[in-house]
Design a binder for this molecule. Sequence first.
Ligand code: NAD
Ligand code: K
Ligand code: MN
Length: 345
Amino acid sequence: RQSLKIGLVPADGIGREVIPAARAAIEALGSDIPKPEFVDLLAGFELFTRTGTALPDETVEALKECDCALFGSVSSPSKRVTGYSSPIVALRKKLDLYANIRPVVSVAPNPNDKPSVDLIVVRENTECLYVKQEEIKSTESGREARAIRLITERASARIGRMAFELARARPRKHLTIIHKSNVLSVTDGLFRETVRAIPKQNPGRYDDVTIAEQLVDSAVYRLFREPQIYDVMVAPNLYGDIISDAAAALVGSLGLVPSINAGDSFVMGEPVHGSAPDIAGKNIANPIASIRSAALMLRHLGYGAPADRLDKAVDQVIREGQVLTPDLGGKATTQEALDAVLRKL
Ligand code: NAD
Ligand code: K
Ligand code: MN
């Protein structure tokens, strides 16, 4: 590659503060990566309120021309708004980004120590309740709402393979399958059974991977009590969403946790957090989740060394504890936290 075409979709709220920070961090990598060429793209609820579309076709088409992308966050209202639908949920489907990979890692106090939390949530990214097929009707006893929860063998198998591949590449090689098939024996039963069948379909490949499974509620409980038992966790969409926010609390802030939305031919980095309306516009959002998302994206594309450089710079800033944003107990602005990372680079 001569250059790296990177689509930038900051979208709403603090997305507009943290995605420019990630861009600056990528630029600071210099000749470690092919020359980045950024493409600014629109999406989001604010765009919807101005123009009536949350995800313009031009944005989707432009992304298809990019090598990779970074997405910020959208402000999806909790009340139904006619004509609006979350652009990030739509983008994951349109670009077939079927895996949401969310490493949650604490920074060890000493560079030679092991982090106390070091796990990856592998979240299925296209189905489950996020197919958003909901309906409501009036009955004699009041309104009744239902939703379809779709679990397919195809999507469960591909997310399962992704999880096994990640597990076998890690030192501990341990995979936990998260489900609730004691109650949802048909849907979660299919997810569990499909993931479990993967080693048999790939004889020898996953012999070193140890497999555990856990009901989602007790998994959250154990996550808080003994996070060190987890290595790679694979889950249907909604459970994966919830577990990763919960795990973020263990490492200090949602503002630290990155992700990539990955498919077979495209990758989009994205901080796990949302648009944080409570702090938006104040220049105090933590840019680290987005900088780490850029690192994950680069690593996924094969640029492991520059990705490590970014991660090391971030770790140093956290460890030194001098320039931290308020979510981590500090007083730094987004720009000051970014500058601290850039200095380490
Ligand atoms: P949120 O993740 O936006 O915020 C939760 C809490 O964490 C808030 O107190 C916020 O200030 C804090 N926080 C989050 N990111 C931070 C950062 N980088 N630095 C410092 N503090 C940070 O979740 P929410 O408040 O439940 O949702 C707000 C909006 O975001 C909603 O409209 C929701 O739909 C949307 N959302 C979008 C995405 C996405 O874009 N993929 C994900 C989650 C939520
Ligand atoms: K986000
Ligand atoms: Mn979430």
